[in-house]
Design a binder for this molecule. Sequence first.
Ligand code: BES
Ligand code: MN
Ligand code: ZN
Length: 494
Amino acid sequence: MKYSVTTSSVLKAKTDWLVVAVSADQKPDVLKGLDSDGLKLIKDVLATGDLKKKAGSALALRSIPGLPAKRLLLVSTGEKDQLTEKEFRALSSTILKELRSGSAKSATISLAGIEIEGRSSDWLVQRLVIDAEYSGYKYDTTKSQSAKSSLNQVAFIVEERKQLNSAQKAIAAGMAIGSGVNYSRQLGNLPGNICTPAFLAKSARELARKSPKLTVKIIDEKEMKLLKMGSMLSVSAGSAEPAKLIVFEYKGAPKTEKPHVLVGKGVTFDSGGISLKPGAGMDEMKFDMCGAASVFGSMASLIELTPKVNVVGIVGAVENMPSSTATKPGDVVTSMSGITIEVLNTDAEGRLVLCDMLTYAERFKPQSVIDIATLTGACVVALGGPATGMFSNDDELANQLTASGEQSGDRVWRLPLWDDYQDSLDTPFADIANVGGRAAGSITAACFLSRFAKKYNWAHLDIAGSAWISGGMKKGSTGRPVGLLVDYLLQKAK
Ligand code: BES
Ligand code: MN
Ligand code: ZN
């Protein structure tokens, strides 16, 4: 998609769709100078009350006298002067649904009258671009027919010339974040028989080839054995697909600057292993690599935006399967850190992958480490889709992530990591068990990880509820939390 920004009048826009905001008093102010036949037509249409006053409602008109635009979309901004963010999301989604519904190629969106509580007009442009990119992605890789929308050009009209420069930057940021989000969604949506650990390793090499600032190293099982990653390897033990450890390095700042590390859970299919999952909905465990996908997506955004920051991305890619070589409940494995782990449940495999990645991360002497994982069903129960569960051993890091969540609309909610929860991981047969009791499942999972993240500032993001939409025709990866992570890393580059 091509984007532009201008200050020229809506009355001059030669476009397939002109989008104009209408306030509660039903006056489309920007159309003031339109010729009288055109104005009368619009007034008469509005007088019918067909355009609902609820923010995000819309009415599509065609062939307005005096207006060069082929179609006109009137959208309500509601009863108040400013939109809430939820109202803005509704407005943005109505607009994009309409723009993409037919054969239109171009659109011009007037931003006059669209104001959001506490947000700048640049924020609004960036968000509209991200939304436009998001709505332009449709999974079709394994479909024999594809239906792509024809929209390929969007222009924004701002009121003042001094807005042009920063709006242009907002467009660039929105495009980079949008394409990172969509890349992440695509990897998430691919079926487990295509998106294997080896496929992720190949994709990582392809991504790194796109920029001199990005390098990648793939560590195979043989080398993992040398590194003593016994915990990670215990997860791939039952699978015919060999595990891959993928290490990205994005170098945007001088070497002397310590990196921020992202660690992604990349379980390309989670059957549960010997502790086999029930059949219903098991297909959705192809999304168990969405943490890894968010690392890929973030790297893709970084190489487009080239911020001055160093970022390491570590992905543990592995398939969790039952077989005669699989790890069994009661088996004890030794992690890279030396901590021994009793595997009481082979379906609590994410933490077994992450713990070795967290130990591996130490060698980068990181400023911060953030792991991203579809870790617990309990997190879906606790927070559902709107918020990612966050845990951290550092208040400043937690506060920064909370702020980035608000800024990007990709929100997190902090849950406690108190010592009181740690004892549930005690076992007579190893240093630590891989599961606690039934209670507080997301917290005890985070407690497990915290044992391996003592040497740096660390946050754990449980995206089990936010990474994909479950069931039905809406089923699919959301690309979260790429928006959150990129915002956080851009803040670090400032
Ligand atoms: N990948 C799952 C977590 C999950 C389940 C995410 C459902 C999204 C939806 C993870 O590997 C898992 O199986 N966790 C277990 C842990 C339990 C055995 C302690 C769970 O949540 O049931
Ligand atoms: Mn599992
Ligand atoms: Zn899993």
